[in-house]
Structure formats: structure tokens, C-alpha cells
Design a protein around this ligand. Structure first.
Ligand code: SF4
Length: 413
């Protein structure tokens, strides 16, 4: 039985509160094994890329606590999705903790080689919606423009693991001329999302070449970049990059952060530079088992994102990508987290929980049930505290003057 503390909190609540406040603190990633590297090299994104951990030997040297599952997974990784971790991001791993949420995201495990019957190599059906190589046209007014198959580090649950890193021999080749030509021939396309792989792996000149050509198409209203580089490699967010990006507004960036420990002081500063360049920032999170399927972690993440000037945008239910079962949390858990966020914290901090419908159905919003019943005269709703209200409507759609009223539950039957 839990003992009660003087202020009425249980011990569990007190521990959760301490954990929450500690997760919300900003810390630098530190230098770890790279203490003797010069400041200039450490802050050089190309140095970071060149010194990534990409082999079993290097991983064992830096992470001597590798488990048998990780050891075996790393041997097999280069046939499925390559291993790559930047030195900066590696420093966020707690070597003594096998279940470290950062480690689980980037260190391969043998479970990645098990494929359940319902898992797929292309769960979002992108290949079947690709009119030209490197372009996915699945929604009516927007396209996904793939620029590369490489990333700064590889997420073990990646929905595009069939192509990124080229471990499976997918042999991705973008064809920028044909991709741009397709966009210019389709006036219904008003929104272009550059992704990959990670578009911020391109150097500034190459990226500017693409952005300027897309911006020159009159019907393209809106450009977006989807990138995890601010999290894996904040050194890439240089003042020169930010100065270039601000020439192509309206341009939004979606980052991808899954755990509040990823939001270091370096990441906060990098995101601040992007925000100062006028780039609206949103975050996409993948709900991952033993990484962030925990209300304390998720609340700390969304609140910390707002402190970094980033709007939490989506929480994705993990796609049915082959070999991801060990990282997949349940929809029940996702709904429980959403239930405890909506109304309990700032509305801006609450993302939309979605399932990308398996096989290419697009994003479907998943919400706790707030509408309890509805007929032609009224809607019965409940709020975040479980209180129930009636919202009256006229059957013919004309306005009513009666205010909503709280009703007692028996009336519902
Ligand atoms: S950064 Fe994005 S594309 Fe690259 S491995 Fe991670 S989820 Fe996949």
C-alpha cells in the first residue's frame, strides 16, 4: 500500500513529478569519448557525419555493455537498415541502461529480423503512389518529394527502411528534373514536402537549388522540410543555412523528436535559430514501446517542445513496418496518453494522434471518445474531467438560442 505524503501526494505521484521535472531540464549532450576533439571539429556537422558509429567494432568500443540481442542485431543490420549514430547523439545514450530510450531508437536489435504476417516493407503504400521516381502523390493537393535515401542516423523503426541507407539494395535514385517537372505540370499541387532520407543532408547550395526551382512554380504555395537532423545533428543548423531558408518562405519544418532527453541545450539553440529565421516548426513523434509510451515522458516532451518554439504536431502510431513489433506500443496506450493530455495541459502542446492506415490509406486521426451520442436535436459530449454536457441543435440546421447544459448521466440511457 502506498504511504501518503504530507501534501496528499502518493509516493508514486511524487516520483513521477520528480521524473517529469528532471526530464524537462535542458542539458548539453557533452563530449563523452570525444573530449580531445577540438571545439571547431565538434561543432562541424561534416566532422560529425564523418565520425559516425557505423560498425560493430566501433559500437562495441563505445558501448561495451552491448547485449547479445544488440550484438546479433548489429551484425544483421547492414542487410536491413544500416547502423549510423552521430557522436553527438551517441552521447545521449546511458551506457549502463539496457533500456535507455535513446539506445532503443538507434542501436539495432535482432528482433528487427522477425517479421509478423501483418507487417510490410512499405506500410504507407508509397511505392504504389509514385508517378515518377522520388515523388509520392497520395493526397490530392500535396506531394512528397524524396531528395535522398541517407540520414544522419538511422531510426530502427523507420517506415522507409526499405529504401533509406540502401541496406536492402532498393537503389533509390532521385530524378530532380522529372520530379520538378511533374509538380509544375500539376496545378493542383500547392504543397511540397521535401523528405527522404533527410533533406538537410544536402549542402546549402544543393538544397537552395531545389527550393528555388520549386518556389518558381506559381501554384506551389507552401514548402515543407521533414527532417530529424536538428535532433541527430544540431550542428547542421548553421546561421548560413537559416539565412538561406528564410529566402523561401512560406517554408515550414517538421522535426522528429521522440523523447525529452533529445531536447538538449544544443537542440534548443538550433531550433531557436530556425525560429528566428521565421520558420514555423512542428514536431512528429512516433509512439514507441519503452521509449515514450509513458504519460510522464510524453508530457515532458510536448511541454519542452513548446519551450523550444516547436508545436507538437503529430503522434504516430508506429507503422506496421517489418521487424518493428518490439518497438510498437498499443493504440490503447496511445489513447490513454491522449486522454491525459487534452485539457490537462496547454492546447498548443497537444498533438494529433494518428494511424497511417496500413497499405496507403493516409493519416486517420484517432481520438478518445468525446462525443458520447448525437442525434438530429443534440450532441452529448464529455469534457476532460468526465463531465457530460448537451449541445442542442435544431434538426433543420437553424441556430438555437438555448445554452449547452450539463446533464446527469442517467439521462443518457
Ligand atoms: S531520420 Fe526519418 S527517414 Fe531517416 S531513419 Fe529516421 S525516420 Fe527514417
Amino acid at each position: 500500500m502506498q504511504s501518503h505524503l504530507p501534501d496528499g501526494q502518493t509516493e508514486t505521484e511524487e516520483a513521477d513529478s520528480k521524473r517529469f521535472h528532471s526530464l524537462k531540464e535542458f542539458h548539453p549532450a557533452g563530449r563523452g569519448f570525444w573530449n580531445d576533439v577540438s571545439e571547431a571539429d565538434w561543432n562541424d556537422w561534416k566532422w560529425q557525419l564523418k565520425h559516425r558509429i557505423t560498425t560493430l567494432e566501433k559500437l562495441q568500443r563505445f558501448l561495451p555493455t552491448l547485449t547479445p540481442e544488440e550484438f546479433e542485431g548489429t551484425i544483421l543490420a547492414n542487410h536491413k537498415l544500416a547502423l549510423a549514430i552521430t557522436p553527438y547523439f551517441f552521447n545521449l545514450i546511458e551506457a549502463g541502461d539496457e533500456n535507455c530510450p535513446i539506445r532503443r531508437q538507434v542501436v539495432p536489435r535482432v528482433e528487427e529480423t522477425y517479421t509478423a504476417p501483418w507487417e510490410m516493407s512499405d506500410p504507407c503504400g508509397e511505392d504504389s503512389h509514385s508517378p515518377v521516381p522520388g515523388l509520392v502523390h497520395r493526397y490530392p493537393d500535396r506531394v512528397l518529394f524524396l531528395v535522398t535515401d541517407r540520414c544522419a542516423a538511422y531510426c530502427r523503426y523507420c517506415t522507409r527502411s526499405r529504401m533509406v541507407s540502401n541496406a536492402t539494395g532498393y537503389d533509390f535514385h532521385s530524378d530532380f528534373d522529372r520530379q520538378i517537372e511533374y509538380v509544375s505540370r500539376h496545378p493542383e499541387i500547392r504543397d511540397v514536402l521535401l523528405s527522404g532520407g533527410d533533406p538537410l543532408l544536402l549542402n546549402d547550395d544543393k538544397l537552395e537549388f531545389l527550393l528555388s526551382r520549386l518556389r518558381a512554380i506559381p501554384h506551389v504555395e507552401f514548402l515543407r522540410l521533414g527532417t530529424r537532423i536538428p535532433i541527430f545533428l544540431p550542428q547542421r543548423v548553421t546561421p548560413a543555412l537559416c539565412a538561406m531558408l528564410r529566402r523561401y518562405h512560406p517554408l515550414f519544418i517538421s522535426i522528429h523528436s521522440n523523447h525529452p532527453r533529445e531536447l538538449t541545450s544544443e537542440v534548443r539553440d538550433a531550433l531557436g535559430r530556425l525560429a528566428d529565421a521565421g520558420v514555423p516548426l512542428g514536431n512528429q513523434t512516433v509512439l514507441l514501446r519503452h521509449v515514450n509510451d509513458d504519460l510522464v515522458v510524453m508530457r515532458a516532451l510536448v511541454q519542452k517542445l513548446l519551450m523550444c518554439r516547436v508545436k507538437p504536431y503529430y503522434i504516430y502510431q508506429c507503422d506496421l513496418i517489418s521487424g518493428s513489433a518490439h518497438l510498437r506500443s498499443s493504440v490503447r496506450k496511445g489513447l490513454e496518453i491522449m486522454e491525459n493530455m487534452r485539457g490537462h495541459t496547454t492546447g498548443y502542446a497537444v498533438p494529433q494522434y494518428v494511424i497511417d492506415a496500413p497499405g496507403g490509406g493516409g493519416k486517420v486521426p484517432i481520438n478518445p471518445d468525446y462525443v458520447l451520442s448525437r442525434n438530429k436535436n443534440r450532441v452529448i459530449i464529455r469534457n476532460f474531467e468526465g463531465r457530460i454536457f448537451e449541445y442542442p441543435e435544431a434538426a433543420d440546421g437553424t441556430p438555437l438560442t438555448a445554452p449547452p447544459r450539463e446533464i446527469a448521466e442517467p439521462e443518457l440511457v
